[in-house]
Design a protein around this ligand. Sequence first.
Ligand SMILES: NC(=O)c1ccc[n+]([C@@H]2O[C@H](COP(=O)([O-])OP(=O)(O)OC[C@H]3O[C@@H](n4cnc5c(N)ncnc54)[C@H](O)[C@@H]3O)[C@@H](O)[C@H]2O)c1
Ligand SMILES: O=C(O)C[C@H](O)C(=O)O
Ligand SMILES: [Mg+2]
Length: 607
Amino acid sequence: MMWRSIARFSKTAAAARTGGSRRCLSTTIPGPCIVHKRGADILHDPWFNKDTGFPLTERDRLGLRGLLPPRVISFEQQYDRFIESFQSLERNTLGQPENVVSLAKWRILNRLHDRNETLYYRVLMDNIRDFAPIIYTPTVGLVCQNYSGLYRRPRGMYFSAKDKGEMMSMIYNWPAKQVDMIVITDGSRILGLGDLGVQGIGIPIGKLDMYVAAAGINPQRVLPIMLDVGTNNQKLLQNPLYLGLRQPRLEGDEYLEIIDEFMEAAFTRWPKAVVQFEDFQAKWAFETLERYRKKFCMFNDDVQGTAGVALAGLLGTVRAQGRPLSDFVNQKIVVVGAGSAGLGVTKMAVQAVARMAGISESAATKNFYLIDKDGLVTTERTKGDPAALAFAKDPAEIREGASIVEVVKKVRPHVLLGLSGVGGIFDENVLKAMRESDSCKPAIFAMSNPTLNAECTAADAFKHAGENIVFGSGSPFEHVELDNGKVGHVNQANNMYLFPGIGLGTLFSGARIVTDGMLQAASECLASYMTDEEVQKGILYPSINNIRHITAEVGAAVLRAAVHDDIAEGHGDVGPKDLSHMSKEETVNYITRNMWFPIYSPLVHEK
Ligand SMILES: NC(=O)c1ccc[n+]([C@@H]2O[C@H](COP(=O)([O-])OP(=O)(O)OC[C@H]3O[C@@H](n4cnc5c(N)ncnc54)[C@H](O)[C@@H]3O)[C@@H](O)[C@H]2O)c1
Ligand SMILES: O=C(O)C[C@H](O)C(=O)O
Ligand SMILES: [Mg+2]
């Protein structure tokens, strides 16, 4: 992907934003930031480092004089300098293989991340459309695959099976006093790439980068966690550079004991933190969600965040057809992939139908067709996940194990949604079969990540299924130029539109758990974000450039749902009563004011 637009550093952008975290206020005149170190230790700490940007007075105060070249360079100049190096890297790597270029881009950003977080987050936020695909999906997948080789410095914390009994004390090794957001993985299902063991740490890091960029969580208060319980990936076990435990994955109670111990330790030290589970294989995704959701403030992004984003897309599809939302109950939906994501989506969508139609959930499954690696799930299925059987069809309608193309031909669905992790399974035949859909504007969601694992490309979808389709994909694709002269809009149907707002709203509500009501509110907020005019053009989700705005809206919706559910305990000086008296607009303002914004704050040394 070529560099499209350079976002020049804008002073007004900084001035337009008020508020910030309690520790490092980011108002027009930034509040002071307390630092407990001096001299070279500050230069080596990316949270505080300003590189050549330290003013002379601060150099004196903090014992930095002589440790830096004499000239002071402004934040703006530093920013431009980075953008220039990035562009020069783009020029120098022209024509090289895509993976090589992507990793080179990740490296240059990662080096800045390791050196100067304020500048890193500023360039990330101002250029989110170009940089998200590098620090997040899809390049983050490639980074995880190559992590042992790319590794230079630690980031986040590692808890391994060998740390059993030690976690309560280990958690105090983390240098930050306060942690707001934790993203944890066990590396067992990294995107559609399978078990990557300890190398999966790249995912919590990327997700938390989005928390900072989109939700304005202070980067000093985020914590990526890798829970290393071994790996079943033989290639990794044989790789001499592999950085994780060389043992097969723990199973059963042994596994649960490790994760129980981590959760107890984390919430003992930071009782108000929010924990996001990410990229766990389905069985543990579901089991840990059930085990912890009433006990700890946690949610599973692949199950619940994805469900909310997909439901918003499904509702958007109804609007795109020019139909009233109530018509959602009549949409025929084929879901390919019955794992943590596919089942989460189907369950939430079925619940929405049941609510809208005033019928039972089992009656609401009528228009849903679930396909897994063994084909269509019917009541004839003897083995498999009992959760999938809740959506099983009568084999008299279509045979057990029917293929995707068979199901599409027979059902003529309004929507075909893929969360299988299998690249290209929406092949030409499947896509052509979607032309016979009963919808005037059929929708195709190829939601699997990264790009090569998408069920189809955007170009193929528009080419084979027709130019009138609505299209969404988990990883970004370029918009498609259609033969009719119009543009086929590509939506990025990715949980990034919800998880930052779910975490943010939960945090500011002070709720101790994440309820279904909060998740539903998040999804409804996203579903109603786009105007009718945009939806008519097939634009179901906001541009990633607006991710900070949509996240504030989603965060406010989640917070208000927590108030409604009577579980908001408040955050900082803002108590539950204050929250309950806020109007919708005031809640959005409250959230926005408290989002961290990257700007250099004066550092004040305290012993
Ligand atoms: N876009 C998003 O926001 C988003 C969110 C979560 C997950 N995902 C992606 O979805 C994919 C699946 O994630 P998951 O957590 O559900 O994985 P999972 O391993 O839990 O589930 C995969 C499912 O796909 C089915 N499957 C495998 N091969 C198939 C085939 N040939 N035909 C039909 N079904 C097949 C499996 O039987 C299983 O039910 C991954 O690629 C992940 O990156 C995307
Ligand atoms: O990480 C992403 O891009 C989305 C999702 O959480 C996934 O697992 O694919
Ligand atoms: Mg995920």
